[in-house]
Design a binder for this molecule. Sequence first.
Ligand SMILES: Nc1ncnc2c1ncn2[C@@H]1O[C@H](COP(=O)(O)OP(=O)(O)OP(=O)(O)O)[C@@H](O)[C@H]1O
Ligand SMILES: [Mg+2]
Length: 229
Amino acid sequence: MTMDALVPLIEVRNLTKHFETGHGRVEVLSGIDLVIRHRERIAVMGASGAGKTTFMNILGGLDHPSGGSVLIEGRDISRFGGGELDRFRNSTIGFVFQFHQLLPEFSALENVMMPALIAGDPYRKAREKALYLLERVGLSHRLVHKPGELSGGEQQRVAVARALAMKPRILLADEPTGNLDSRTSEEILELLNSLHAGGDFTMLIVTHDESLARRQDRLIVMKDGRVER
Ligand SMILES: Nc1ncnc2c1ncn2[C@@H]1O[C@H](COP(=O)(O)OP(=O)(O)OP(=O)(O)O)[C@@H](O)[C@H]1O
Ligand SMILES: [Mg+2]
């Protein structure tokens, strides 16, 4: 039996999050319990303001919970210190955002090379990886283009390639198609699903599109800071 069968990939226990603001405390997550298995493909839905982005940011170590715990392969990331959290994020998590967040002054190739260069990979190795990933997302003909010279769908393909550059265990996509027309959205979802089928990672996709959501393995609906079903 492998570790995969013994320890769930992600285990969220009584997770809470509030923000202190000038107008008092905002309760955002009020006790989330959730187990996510290795290689699961999950869609996350819920009204605007339900806490989806907050939840994803905590899962990915971009934000800290107020209470409860997030175990990734049995390790509680809410206890990680700064350096440890950065290393965890870079090696384990890939993010795709609604607004791609590519570096505008760098080419598609350089954007996808960036995570590996930051992690200390030699230039040639980072370049080889990036070339491979850009081929996988169908952008071999746009290597030297900068984000501003790419279409919205192409920018998001670059962002997907960048997210997979470090072979993450978990891909977190927060409304990756929120800014795209329906045909391009469809293409990006198909791309994510085909990369997932040929890879070894778990994928959570936040979307407001029910037809996209229904094609994942599991649908999680957030409401009032909780997981509804
Ligand atoms: N830094 C912050 N300080 C105060 N309140 C915040 C902060 N970040 C988020 N919130 C509040 O938390 C709630 C949830 O926000 P979040 O961005 O997680 O929602 P969401 O489900 O992703 O919504 P959307 O579908 O619009 O992206 C909102 O009411 C928001 O105003
Ligand atoms: Mg959001």
